[in-house]
Design a protein around this ligand. Structure first.
Ligand SMILES: [Zn+2]
Length: 70
């Protein structure tokens, strides 16, 4: 099965415009239903309405996780 990662270009630009230390803090503060607070890895940037959404995987258990940046 092939997973197609769709990256929202505008959301990606907005995400990359944020300071690196803030992005790191957000990446390290993602909720996983298995692990609680975890780090998101292998994520891509999407958006919904005006919010940026990171969609990726839990670093600990590899479950799909998402983080809404508002
Ligand atoms: Zn997990």
């Amino acid at each position: 099965m092939v997973t197609i990662k769709q990256t929202d270009e505008l959301a990606l630009k907005r995400w990359q415009a944020m300071p690196a230390d803030i992005r790191k803090r957000l990446e390290d503060n993602v909720f996983c239903s298995n692990c609680g607070v975890t780090t998101i890895v292998n994520y891509h940037v999407d958006s919904s309405d005006f919010a940026i959404i990171l969609k990726g995987y839990c670093q600990k258990c590899n479950k799909e996780v998402a983080r809404v940046i508002d």
